[in-house]
Design a protein around this ligand. Structure first.
Ligand SMILES: NC(=O)c1ccc[n+]([C@@H]2O[C@H](COP(=O)([O-])OP(=O)(O)OC[C@H]3O[C@@H](n4cnc5c(N)ncnc54)[C@H](O)[C@@H]3O)[C@@H](O)[C@H]2O)c1
Length: 464
């Protein structure tokens, strides 16, 4: 065999070979590279959770650079969500969408059927509310699939511990895993991170994150109206209102700032104390709100070196809106996110005053890489096609645990450590892997239609 014919291996041969190698290595107990797509190979995609973000992530997947992609299967628990998402993706991506009726799956077992349409080395997108993340991730790993999954990954101790184990299993199988904490793929923030690690701010002493605006998403809910959909499906469709489904507005809305500030610090906090409360208990129409959220949170996190991170979150109209983040060091300060979760430009200032004359650096956007949601897909696909190590799951869980510990500190009125949160035994959605359309909802309303709400100082070992 000449050199060129020995080195050019077709994908089919490669799969055959790695299949044989895998069998041998299973006996010998050694890891072998997983099947991965070369640049020219078609990578198939399945979408599980066809809502707003799932639709966006699928569009990003199909627009990713590096090689051909096709969406081949979709799953949701609501037919109207799946069909709306399908129409939207089809409109944007045309013939990169090949999802006939028999590859559209409705129901709690739809995720299995959608993933069964893929082969090893393809990618599944997990964009349901977080309660289902560990269930879907478990099956993706079993099937040898690469994964893109949205933040947050967990809301409680038991599922965080499960997800940490799964993260290791995915690495052991050489699967590539992207997590939708897209700040980490903002090119300006990457440069800011490099500069901070290079000492431009000195030692980081304090960081501040603010997300304060009017009510958004499904954070506040009035009574379940009854009938169809069932109470379980209604809670799922209003997932920001329920801690079991989303971790509530704290985890869902504030995790980006928690994550990117901890990235700037290169560490995770060890404990949190917090204030929080619910000021407005009725809708503008006078209906009582029945959900589990506070409408304001103020959390003080402490890092191992004693430095602090403050996270203020508020969902209230008519107040001072702020949605940005900052880092303060012994030599200077930085605007981390100028606006929203990771809006540019980031900037560094001498001293602690953000005045123009003190500015030492301001980020510039890179043409073609302005959108972190697209960058995170290009980065994931580059790793898949070139078989580079890539697994964001562990740090996605860590960011989720840090979010949950801030939330739990506010909800209980206690100081909560990282280990308290990780080891807390309150499982918010037991049996989530066995849900069917007829299952009861994980939280039940009282006679007035209200769900169990946190009571700081009274309910202290768990949040409700
Ligand atoms: N990275 C970001 O900036 C960003 C932005 C928005 C949302 N998100 C995250 O994406 C996730 C989804 O949020 P969204 O705004 O798209 O919500 P959404 O309600 O629009 O979409 C969720 C979809 O999942 C479906 N679903 C729920 N349970 C399911 C199950 N068991 N099996 C199959 N389908 C199921 C729902 O019917 C719905 O269509 C959340 O975790 C959210 O935090 C991330």
């Amino acid at each position: 065999m000449n050199e060129s014919s020995s080195t050019i291996t077709t994908r089919r041969e490669f799969i055959k070979t790695t299949g044989r190698l895998a069998a041998v290595s299973a006996l010998a107990g050694v890891a072998v590279p997983n099947v991965h797509a070369a640049g020219s190979d078609l990578v198939q995609v399945a979408l599980v959770g066809c809502g707003g973000r799932g639709t966006g992530a699928a569009n990003n997947a199909l627009a990713s650079t590096g090689g051909p992609m096709k969406l081949v299967a979709m799953a949701d628990v609501f037919e109207h969500r799946l069909s709306g998402s399908y129409e939207g993706i089809k409109r944007q991506c045309g013939d990169k969408v090949d999802v006939p009726q028999d590859r559209k799956f409705i129901g709690f077992d739809g995720y299995k059927k959608a993933m069964d349409c893929l082969k090893k080395g393809d990618v599944v997108i997990l964009t349901t509310p977080l309660a289902f993340r560990w269930v879907h991730f478990t099956y993706a790993i079993e099937k040898g699939l690469n994964v893109f999954m949205e933040k947050p990954l967990t809301a409680d101790g038991p599922s965080s511990r499960k997800m940490l184990k799964l993260a290791d299993e995915a690495t052991a199988k050489n699967l590539k895993v992207g997590v939708g904490l897209m700040s980490r793929h903002s090119r300006p923030m990457e440069e800011l991170h490099k500069r901070i690690q290079g000492g431009e701010l000195g030692d980081i002493i304090l960081m501040r994150g603010y997300r304060m605006h009017g009510p958004v998403g499904s954070a506040f809910s009035t009574k379940y109206p009854g009938g169809n959909p069932s109470e379980l499906l209604w809670q799922i469709s209003r997932f920001h209102s329920f801690l079991w489904a989303s971790g509530g507005c704290y985890n869902d809305f504030y995790i980006h700032h928690v994550d990117h500030l901890c990235w700037m610090k290169n560490d995770w906090p060890v404990k949190a104390q917090a204030l929080g409360g619910r000021h407005y208990k009725t809708s503008p129409e006078g209906q009582p709100y029945v959900d589990q959220n506070f409408d304001s949170y103020s959390v003080e996190y402490t890092f191992p070196d004693g430095s602090k991170m403050l996270l203020d979150g508020r969902c209230m109209n008519g107040c001072n809106d702020i949605y940005s983040s900052y880092a303060h060091g012994s030599k200077g300060m930085a605007i981390v996110a100028k606006a929203n979760d990771c809006g540019t430009p980031s900037a560094i200032f001498k001293g602690q005053n953000m005045q123009r004359s003190n500015m030492q650096w301001m980020s510039k956007d890179i043409e073609g890489q302005k959108d972190p949601y697209q960058n995170e897909w290009n980065d994931l696909m580059e790793a898949i096609r070139n078989d580079k190590p890539y697994n964001e799951a562990k740090r996605g869980v860590q960011a989720s645990v840090v979010s949950s510990m801030g939330r739990m500190a506010a909800h209980t009125g206690q100081e909560i450590t990282y280990d308290d949160m990780l080891n807390c035994e309150h499982e918010m959605a037991p049996g989530v892997d066995k849900f069917t359309m007829d299952s009861p909802a994980p939280v039940k309303a009282n006679k007035d239609g209200r769900y169990p709400a946190p009571m700081p100082g009274i309910t202290t070992k768990r949040e409700y």
